[in-house]
Design a binder for this molecule. Structure first.
Ligand code: ASP
Length: 322
């Protein structure tokens, strides 16, 4: 009998080891908390496509939108902690949301960091009908139309919203924010002239700027974006304090086995080292973080530091949720 129990225990241990070795043995889902075709969605899809070949499993992008991304993040937090659900997000969803929404989760302790992803500055863009031709003229126009200018966002607490709130504070003028489920539909409305401006992620607006369908005034950084080098920086164009970099990341629900996190991290690191992937990111104006920053530990440290930096700014702005 004792022998049998030992044999059974050994068999179970063997099975457990085999199933652990097999991770991943089915499709993985990445929850993107904004609409398809937007900047978060684009980055997640480029990475998913390449990570698929490292992991040997399909990676499905699910767009779970609403409430500035907090609905999608909440869905990921409540998913099984088995390595098959990834929460994709950024400075808006995983930092700003915590300062303005009464969330059902804690963004630091209910998620485990996987990897820090590329970042880019925001770009101030308007519909072509806005009369301003440069940033100084735009600021004058915004002030002259205080409280009347419509600014598209991906919802309260999204990157585009936080950037807009930050800009309002710097120039001392108010916008009327128009929330969308992502900046893809906001950009469509900007091109159509339905809204006036967006303080958008550069990667989202870049192709419409190139086609001349919207006007770009400045990127919110001290250096120009190489793939859109004709757009001045805010320092050059006259708003030197307005620096903001929107970084992204991947997390998994708390309690996800370490081995799954290690494999997901390795697949993302491999994807970001692939020249074809890097070329696509470059075209979008996205900057891949240095290799030393691509560890779960580096994301954890960055995440904490960004919460410490942004929460006081956001709380002081007294943002209302939509
Ligand atoms: N990342 C964008 C934002 O926060 C939204 C999106 O991906 O559609 O504004």
């Amino acid at each position: 009998m004792k022998k049998l129990v030992i044999a059974f225990a050994a068999m179970l241990a063997g099975l457990a080891a085999a199933s652990a070795q097999q991770y991943p043995n089915r499709a993985i889902s990445i929850i993107v908390p904004f609409s398809a075709g937007g900047p978060s969605d684009a980055m997640a899809r480029i990475l998913a496509e390449r990570m698929k070949s490292t992991l040997g499993q399909n990676i499905v992008v699910e767009n779970v939108t609403g409430a500035g991304g907090s609905i999608g993040v909440g869905r990921a937090v409540r998913s099984a902690a088995d390595g098959y659900t990834i929460s994709f997000g950024h400075l808006g969803t995983h930092v700003a949301n915590g300062a303005i929404y009464p969330l059902q989760y804690d963004m630091l302790t209910d998620l485990e960091p996987v990897v820090l992803l590329p970042s880019n500055p925001m770009v101030i863009v308007s519909k072509t009908a806005v009369p301003a031709k440069n940033l100084k003229e735009l600021v004058a126009w915004l002030k002259a139309n205080d409280g009347k200018v419509s600014a598209g966002t991906a919802g309260a607490g999204s990157g585009s919203h936080i950037a807009g709130v930050y800009m309002q504070g710097i120039i001392g003028s108010k916008f009327q924010f128009v929330p969308y489920r992502g900046t893809a539909p906001a950009l469509t409305d900007l091109v159509a002239g339905q809204i006036d401006i967006i303080v958008d992620q550069t990667s989202n607006s870049i192709s419409q700027i190139r086609s001349g369908n919207i006007r770009a005034y400045a990127v919110t950084d001290s250096k120009r974006v190489p793939s859109a080098a004709d757009i001045p920086t805010v320092d050059e164009a006259g708003l030197p304090k307005f620096h903001m970099t929107l970084w992204s990341g991947m997390w998994v629900p708390k309690g996800t086995p370490k081995e799954a996190i290690t494999k997901l991290n390795a697949a993302a690191v491999e994807a970001m080292a692939d020249p074809a992937v890097r070329k696509r990111f470059e075209e979008l104006g996205l900057e891949v973080p240095p290799r030393a920053q691509q560890t779960p530990e580096a994301l954890a440290a960055h995440h904490k530091a960004e919460i410490a930096k942004w929460w006081p700014i956001i709380k002081a702005a007294n943002i209302k949720v939509d």
